[in-house]
Design a binder for this molecule. Structure first.
Ligand code: HEC
Ligand code: HEC
Ligand code: HEC
Ligand code: HEC
Length: 439
């Protein structure tokens, strides 16, 4: 009993702290930020050297880009046959996997979210426009911004009329969104310029998306070209502009930032918890990883570079693939550091994924069981208001960390150490929540 009082007290102090930080953050925010209250938010982290990113770092500006018509990939065949042919080459495609069927506990975890309506494994880029137009996840209420990472057409529309584009509905702009992800997404209409170097955006091998502006200066072009889309983001709830949580890429900091903003993606109808949904944080996982510290980029592992360019460098094969599917990538990009032969490299990938995946799925099962028990205890009137409030805060946090790892597409390879640290955090909070519920 005494323990419970302490937990509730701690919860209350946490809520007050979060509120204070939230208020401070709002004072600093520009007037067009959503005026929400920090709800069952947990207190922001206070680790050494880490603090909430300054709200002034929010990406408000939209970068000016050329309004050239977006040139079709075929246009470049004569000038850049190697890149264009590999870009357009057919690939064997695995059928998409229905996560809700494979992992039934997701239906419980994401109850109340559109993700409980449809949730699939990713497919190659040329499917992106078709897939987003046909997903059962989207309704008439969804913003045009869902196209931001599916087609360059959105980027051009946004550059011409930012606010007008954000305020439009998904289906209003749908007919105008036709170009698949193409050369323009990473090179504008200038492929071949700014080759090879650290690129940033100046070389036009980087990001054309305004939301990525917060990291333009510090991200290598070959990583930015992927990270502009493969990144955790949120929608500004008032303007629907795509925004990235600024500052450190650690999920603890980002959760603190979202809590201060009072961000809620959906309310779980069974437990009443205001939940967040994470979206494919490949960039944030990679950003703190051993391979990033070794100086690698996304492209080193996902595009083959073994054909000499005649000037001492290499041409980039534009078939996007993965090390587990490409012997050439393993031989040229992994073997120099990872000895033991090809089978050992494949085994390392498999072991890394298996160790991360099995822990994540086990957590998912437990989390769903907890939610069912928590909902039942509320229905039976067994819990006080204060009790419920604390448990909801814990549930929000566990869902966040679970999803931070589950929704990331590398299954552990992009940041092995991080994945286990984040799972451990989730397990600890879930342990506390379970014992509090069972008292
Ligand atoms: C314009 C946004 C965008 C950019 C830029 C982008 N991606 Fe993607 N990527 C997507 C989307 C969206 C999907 C999922 C498509 C679907 O399932 O409909 C995807 C899927 C993938 C997949 C899984 C399917 C497959 O092809 O095996 C891989 C791997 C991938 N991207 C890697 C990369 C890499 C590496 C880069 C940078 C060189 C990159 N992406 C740049 C948006 C993007
Ligand atoms: C050290 C090598 C390495 C780096 C660096 C790397 N990846 Fe990966 N990535 C992998 C491996 C290995 C897989 C697992 C592939 C598999 O399961 O077949 C993977 C999987 C993926 C997938 C899912 C593919 C699918 O078919 O489901 C995406 C998307 C992806 N990576 C994007 C990125 C992005 C974006 C970056 C940079 C921010 C990046 N990767 C950096 C090695 C890497
Ligand atoms: C998803 C992002 C992406 C897309 C789409 C893309 N490229 Fe690239 N491209 C890159 C990256 C990354 C590099 C390597 C740059 C580096 O090393 O910093 C590159 C390099 C190049 C180069 C320089 C020479 C080389 O081979 O490294 C040319 C030319 C080029 N691309 C042409 C094209 C053409 C033409 C298309 C469309 C048919 C295209 N690219 C589509 C990301 C992309
Ligand atoms: C520049 C050196 C370097 C290259 C190149 C490299 N790695 Fe690694 N990799 C490391 C280091 C360092 C570790 C940390 C563990 C260790 O000491 O072996 C690691 C660990 C791993 C792990 C275990 C999980 C982890 O993060 O500790 C996997 C999986 C992995 N690498 C996959 C790959 C793949 C796939 C490639 C090629 C696409 C690749 N690596 C290329 C240096 C490299």
């Amino acid at each position: 009993m005494q323990q419970r009082v302490i937990v509730i007290l701690l919860g209350a102090i946490g809520a007050i702290l979060a509120l204070v930080v939230g208020v401070i953050a709002f004072v600093g925010l520009s007037a067009d930020q959503p005026a929400q209250t920090a709800s069952s938010a947990m207190p922001p982290p206070e680790e050494d050297g880490m603090s909430l990113p300054s709200p002034s770092a929010l990406p408000e500006q939209v970068r000016s880009i050329d309004y050239d018509p977006i040139l079709d990939a075929n246009y470049w065949m004569a000038e850049f046959p190697y890149q264009t042919e590999s870009f357009l080459a057919d690939r064997s495609v695995e059928p998409k996997k229905d996560y809700l069927e494979f992992y039934p506990f997701l239906n419980t975890i994401f109850a109340g979210s559109r993700f409980a309506e449809g949730y699939y494994s990713p497919m190659p880029h040329d499917y992106a426009v078709h897939n987003v137009k046909s997903t059962p996840r989207l309704t008439d209420e969804h913003p045009a911004a869902c196209f931001a990472c599916k087609t360059p057409d959105y980027v051009v529309m946004e550059a011409q009329d930012p606010a007008g584009t954000w305020s439009r509905g998904f289906h209003e702009v749908s007919d105008q969104m036709t170009n698949a992800i193409t050369c323009y997404d990473c090179h504008r209409n200038e492929p071949g310029r700014g080759l090879g170097g650290d690129g940033i955006d100046g070389g036009f091998t980087g990001s054309i998306r305004s939301h990525f502006s917060i990291w333009y200066e510090e991200t290598r072009g070959a990583t930015a070209s992927c990270a502009q889309c493969h990144v955790e983001y949120y929608f500004n709830e008032q303007t629907w502009q795509v925004a990235l949580p600024p500052g450190p890429t650690d999920p603890e900091i980002i959760l603190g930032y979202y809590n201060a903003l009072g961000l809620v993606d959906h309310v779980n109808p069974n437990t009443g918890t205001e939940q967040l949904k994470v979206q494919h944080p490949e960039y944030q996982h990679f950003a703190g990883s051993v391979h990033q510290r070794e100086g690698m980029t996304c492209v080193d592992c996902h595009m083959v570079r073994s054909t000499p360019d005649g000037e001492g460098g290499f041409l980039t094969d534009h078939t996007i693939t993965s090390p587990s599917q490409s012997r050439e990538i393993r031989d040229t990009a992994c073997a120099p550091c990872h000895g033991g032969g090809d089978e050992a490299i494949l085994q390392l990938i498999r072991d890394t994924q298996e160790s991360s995946r099995s822990r994540t799925l086990a957590l998912g099962e437990r989390l769903a069981d907890f939610q069912i028990a928590f909902a039942a205890a509320q229905d039976a009137g067994q819990l006080s208001e204060g009790h419920i409030e604390v448990l909801r805060g814990m549930e929000r946090e566990v869902v966040w960390y679970f999803d931070w790892v589950f929704s990331e597409n590398g299954n552990g390879v992009h940041n092995y150490e991080g994945n286990h640290r984040w799972m451990q955090r989730a397990e600890e909070v879930l342990n506390q929540a379970e014992s509090l519920l069972n008292e």
